[in-house]
Design a protein. Structure first.
Length: 275
């Protein structure tokens, strides 16, 4: 990802100084015009805007430990938790730097391609974001989600959680067909269209959570959905497919129903997930 980001800025004509913990990996960027720093400290000293994208938050601390960040604008695009970002913001400010955290909602081939739909969530210093907005936009769409440095990471992980849930269903769907004479590539367009058609139901859940009324506007009530899961279990058994991927959510739905909420949608399950 770091290489993809650097390539995007180089392609847009920005002067870029790079540093990689594995020095050889910076060579292709040097061939494209990047200046290769011998150390992280040298890279930081090269310019006011410092972009960091490493394996995890601990790697960020290790790489930047001992560097002079005074007067620098530090943008951390490393995937981490909200707590990581909040702690890193305090860490940066104590060292005289403004801080912005970023959550990249893209894979490397999408970086620098305006048509890809990729974007980056940012939170932290609003002044830093506005000052460097055009430069940051070279990598992908920019969405500022608040002054709390943890919000970009929170949005990022929440969105990834939604994606993981969708692909859990995708894997189960293909397993259901696996032993039949049905080409996965023939089924995939139907699956994609179905998921796209159903995705807007997230707005229904969001509205119910905001209002606190989990019954108004319900498209499919909990009693019906729980009944439907029994058919899904039987169908899976017939196809020789485990329901292990779905068992946890089905149990929560059954629990919410048992608590006396047959006319709700699925929004009430959110409350059962809170610890």
């Amino acid at each position: 990802m770091g290489t993809a980001l650097a390539r995007a800025w180089l392609g847009a004509g920005h002067p870029v100084t790079v540093w990689n913990r594995t020095a050889a990996r910076a060579a292709p960027l040097a061939a494209k015009g990047a200046t290769v720093a011998a150390s992280a400290a040298e890279a930081v000293a090269a310019g006011r805007l410092v972009i960091v994208c490493l394996l995890d938050d601990a790697s960020v601390g290790d790489a930047l430990d001992g560097t002079d960040l005074a007067g620098r604008d530090l943008v951390d695009l490393t995937t981490g938790t909200p707590g990581d970002a909040r702690s890193r913001a305090v860490w940066a400010e104590r060292r005289g730097a403004r801080f912005l955290d970023g959550g990249i909602m893209a894979v490397p081939p999408m970086i620098g391609d305006p048509s890809s739909g990729g974007y980056v969530l940012y939170s932290g210093s609003a002044e830093l974001f506005e000052e460097h907005r055009e430069t940051l936009a070279v990598a992908g769409g920019t969405t500022y989600v608040g002054a709390d440095p943890g919000f970009a990471g929170l949005y990022d992980i929440a969105l990834l959680s939604g994606l993981d849930g969708v692909f859990t269903g995708v894997l189960h769907a293909f397993a259901m067909l696996r032993r039949e004479d049905i080409a996965p590539t023939a089924f995939a367009p139907l699956l994609v269209d179905w998921l796209a058609a159903m995705a807007p139901l997230a707005h229904e859940v969001a509205g119910q959570l905001e209002s606190g009324d989990y019954r108004t506007g319900v498209t499919s009530n909990l009693a019906m959905m729980v009944t439907g899961t029994r058919t899904m279990r039987r169908a899976a058994k017939e196809q020789g497919v485990t329901t292990e991927l779905f068992t946890p959510i089905w149990r929560l739905m059954e629990l919410r129903l048992a608590q006396g909420h047959p006319d709700e949608g699925s929004a009430g399950v959110v409350d059962l997930l809170l610890t």
